[in-house]
Design a protein around this ligand. Structure first.
Ligand SMILES: [Zn+2]
Length: 212
């Protein structure tokens, strides 16, 4: 069964997706990472990812994802998707690629906007090595990078006004696909305002209950 993790920025869905993939030896797939890699050699993708900063059209992004999965994922039914597909159109295209079994479980990691704002505003990045810190959950040492001692900065994107805009946008674009997952009976809501381990254990329990 394929599994997807969904949730707003700051929900910790990526962390949970990776933990689950590792536990069950599933193939972990994250679209953003793949696109950043491809942008290095593909002019069109590069323009979207690095210049326009926009959502790559489905007609471009989904075939890239499928081509990559065909090559890398050895089993078509053991993939953990991190935040992808995130629109109905992407979902349709991915459904077509699957033979029989599509995405059988979607874990929606829920946190309030207030919590997301708090977490994202606490994010700091090392100027020298790019390591990401969080003043609350993963603090640096003496305002310096623990790995290389570099100084830290806050991305412009992580200022409150930008975060609020992104949260509103998330709400709008994800509503239809969440409703679709709900209709299919595959949506599982998870309280994301707990410790990483607590959430992970909860997800494992819910998944095992599903497979019985
Ligand atoms: Zn550093």
């Amino acid at each position: 069964m394929n599994i997807e993790f969904f949730g707003k920025q700051g929900s910790g869905k990526g962390t949970q997706a990776e933990m689950l993939a590792e536990k069950y030896n599933y193939f972990y797939f994250e679209m953003g990472e793949l696109l950043r890699e491809i942008a290095k050699t593909d002019e069109t993708v590069n323009r979207y990812v690095n210049e326009i900063g926009a959502f790559l059209p489905e007609e471009i992004s989904v075939p890239i994802a499928i081509k990559y999965l065909e090559k890398k994922a050895t089993k078509k039914d053991r993939i953990v998707f991190d935040g992808f597909p995130r629109s109905l159109k992407q979902l349709d295209m991915i459904d077509e690629w699957f033979d029989e079994e599509g995405i059988g479980a979607v874990f929606l990691i829920e946190i309030s906007d207030h919590e997301a704002l708090k977490r994202l505003a606490a994010r700091r990045i090392c100027k020298s090595c790019g390591e990401i810190y969080n003043l609350i959950t993963n603090p640096p040492r003496n305002d310096r990078c623990k790995k290389c001692g570099g100084s830290l900065y806050q991305r412009k994107d992580d200022k409150p006004e930008s975060i609020k805009k992104r949260l509103t946008w998330y709400q709008e674009i994800s509503k239809p696909i969440i409703e679709e997952f709900e209709k299919r009976g595959v949506l599982i809501r998870v309280d994301g305002e707990r410790s990483i381990d607590e959430i992970h254990n909860d997800i494992v329990k819910k998944l095992e209950a599903l497979e019985k």
